[in-house]
Design a protein around this ligand. Structure first.
Ligand code: FAD
Ligand code: MEZ
Length: 570
């Protein structure tokens, strides 16, 4: 047998997996996944078996959110592939396995079949269709429900969470109760100034005002849904500590996404995976009236809706699109999930939406070429320094990302090392994940560490001693680093090789402060809303670390409420 279906057919006919000989009946593959579980056990059962086998990394234990269906990785009629290989390179030895590969398919292929599905009329009807199951889409779903309307949420990937589930360092918010508890003095006006300055003043000031003014309320809203946002750390370009995350500095995104996913499920949102939106449908006046969906297994079909929210995220994983807008980033790796291709932009633009700032694409300075994962800015925020192959610091480690990335690319080998000690490790839970992934060098002394990195030991010792003296005096006379949280003096010492990778698309759909999408004449497209990384204007030319999660929660909530208001008024 070549694929799983061949093998299973040896046990029976198509109904071993499917309801009938006709194959799948829904794109979530609900029945098929139940069949897998009934014979092989649940994901948790399989993870427990992996633990018994003492596997270092279990393919069944994941940081991804929601219910991960077996068919995400185990395919019936094609080679199986581990979804984790989209970012990691574990190369699990899977039964009937192949190699991870993803080609971008434009939304307007098969036009004839699409037109035929539209002519056939709607298969489903709802109040609001939300496109994308990242934080913006999930927040919109919860908020739309709170405002009394029915939701269908469509996600093209087999699992929920988009880039949101990967977010690490924190969610920026000013004047919060958690900052007050920690004695951190912050002001909404300082968050506005930091965001505008970091974005080179290209940002839409009205959107930035909403971002900062609503940020504390967004933290309270998440907390009311069950989130823990009590740890507050520093991100690049921020004047004070305002990046909120769970206790002990655990990753923010998987937690926030899980809380929103659970709330969305509880609200009764109809969530459909493997369901790509390829067109927005309009009436004669150009108002949005629904979407055309490409169900991976059920084919094209129409959902009629009174409002549509585009929460389709960014396009950093689509290097062809990235290089079109910023040729300097051609060939760069990306920190993003595989669905960050930007087809949501194509869909909205075809419906007349205007875009802005597409040329502004951000590289995150610290991506691990060994593990293929981003190493959170919080490691630097909590005290790590950046050191080049010569053993020297070369930049204020918590400057904005554009500056940090440019500085790393100027070093020998176009990469650098994040160097920290055991006190930094103990301050941030997220570091345990990097140790678990095997991307961290460890030495009992700085000389030990330098030997592993093939770096002059005396120079590294001198660099760390100088840095520690700045911590003691409270002033970094070399690079003016504004936060100096702790000396690097507790063995063992650690290093992670890092280099820039494409991380965030600042540009996107033009929206107003009510998350209504604007057309080229600056007028609202009735019934069309957007939120999150799919939009432009909030972050200007360069996003500050921690501002995206703030953006998606605040504007996702606004989009849900605005869409509900529109539905009720029409
Ligand atoms: P996403 O979460 O990406 O969700 C969009 C969803 O839409 C995806 O699931 C996608 O598959 C789906 N979709 C796209 N097109 C279609 C279509 N046509 N039909 C159906 N579905 C579609 N920001 C911070 O503020 N703090 C952090 O600590 C932080 N850490 C990060 C770490 C990493 C590794 C990455 C990659 C990003 C990080 N960011 C962080 C940025 C932040 O996570 C994202 O900008 C944000 O989560 C985007 O949310 P979103 O809901 O707009 O999009
Ligand atoms: O906002 C981000 O992208 C962020 C804080 C990422 C990170 O380094 O954790």
């Amino acid at each position: 047998p070549e694929v799983l279906a061949d093998f299973h057919q040896q046990m029976g006919d198509c109904t071993t997996c499917h309801v009938s000989q006709k194959g799948p009946t829904d794109d979530n593959l609900t029945h098929e996944n139940q069949q897998c579980v009934s014979c092989h056990g649940s994901l948790n059962d399989l993870a427990a078996q992996d633990a018994e086998k003492k596997l270092k990394v279990s393919p069944h234990k994941s940081h991804l959110i929601g219910d991960i269906a077996c068919t995400t990785c185990h395919k019936g009629h094609e080679k199986s592939v581990a979804y984790c290989d989209a970012c990691h390179s574990f190369g699990f030895d899977m039964p009937f396995g192949g190699k991870w590969e993803r080609k971008f398919v434009p939304v307007d292929v098969n036009k004839e079949a699409q037109d035929k599905a539209i002519a056939a009329g709607p298969r489903d009807t709802t109040d609001v269709v939300i496109v994308g199951s990242g934080g913006a889409g999930l927040a919109a779903a919860v908020s739309a429900h709170e405002n009394g309307v029915k939701v269908i949420l469509l996600e093209k990937e087999p699992i929920a969470g988009g880039n949101t589930k990967l977010a690490a360092g924190g969610m920026n918010a000013a004047e919060t109760k958690f900052q007050a508890k920690l004695g951190i003095q912050d002001k909404v006006s300082i968050m506005i100034d930091d965001t505008m300055k970091g974005g080179h003043n290209v940002n839409d000031p009205a959107l930035v005002k909403v971002l900062a003014e609503d940020s504390s309320d967004s933290i309270d809203w998440l907390t009311s849904l069950g989130a823990d946002m009590s740890d507050v750390g520093r991100m690049g370009g921020a004047s004070v500590n305002r990046a909120h995350r769970p206790t002990g500095g655990a990753g923010v995104g998987a937690h926030v996404a899980q809380v929103l996913y659970t709330a969305a499920v509880k609200s009764g949102a109809d969530m459909r995976f493997n369901s790509r939106v390829v067109r927005i449908l309009e009436d004669a006046a150009g108002n949005a009236t629904g979407v055309l969906v490409e169900g991976k297994y059920t084919g094209y079909y129409v959902i009629k809706a009174k409002a549509v929210i585009m929460a389709t995220g960014g396009f950093a994983k689509n290097n062809e699109r990235v290089a079109k807008y910023d040729p300097a980033l051609k060939g760069f790796a990306a920190t993003n999930h595989p669905g960050a291709t930007g087809d949501g932009l194509d869909v909205a633009m075809a419906a007349g939406a205007a875009t802005r700032d597409l040329k502004y694409i951000q590289a995150h300075p610290t991506w691990s070429p060994v593990g293929g994962v981003m190493v959170t800015e919080a490691v630097r925020g909590n005290g790590a320094i950046l050191v080049n192959r010569e053993g020297d610091r070369f930049v204020n480690e918590i400057t904005t990302r554009d500056k940090a990335s440019a500085a790393i690319l100027k070093q020998t080998g176009e990469s650098a090392f994040l160097v920290f000690d055991d006190s930094v490790r103990k301050s941030l839970k997220k570091i345990e994940n990097y140790i678990h992934l095997g991307i961290v060098n460890q030495g009992n002394t700085l000389a030990d560490l330098a030997a592993q990195l093939k770096m002059p030991a005396a120079e590294l010792e001198k660099t760390v001693a100088a840095y520690n003296s700045y911590v003691k005096s409270g002033k970094d006379t070399q690079f003016e680093r504004p936060n100096l949280p702790r000396e690097l003096a507790t063995a063992p010492y650690y290093a992670i090789e890092v280099k820039p990778a494409v991380h965030h698309s600042m540009g996107g759909l033009k929206i107003d402060t009510q998350a209504e999408v604007l057309n080229k004449d600056g007028k609202t497209i009735k019934g069309l809303f957007a939120a999150g990384e799919a939009t432009g204007g909030v972050h200007g030319a360069n996003r500050l670390g921690g501002n995206a999660i703030s953006d998606i929660v605040t504007f996702g909530r606004i989009a849900g409420a605005s869409a509900a208001k529109y539905v009720k008024g029409n």
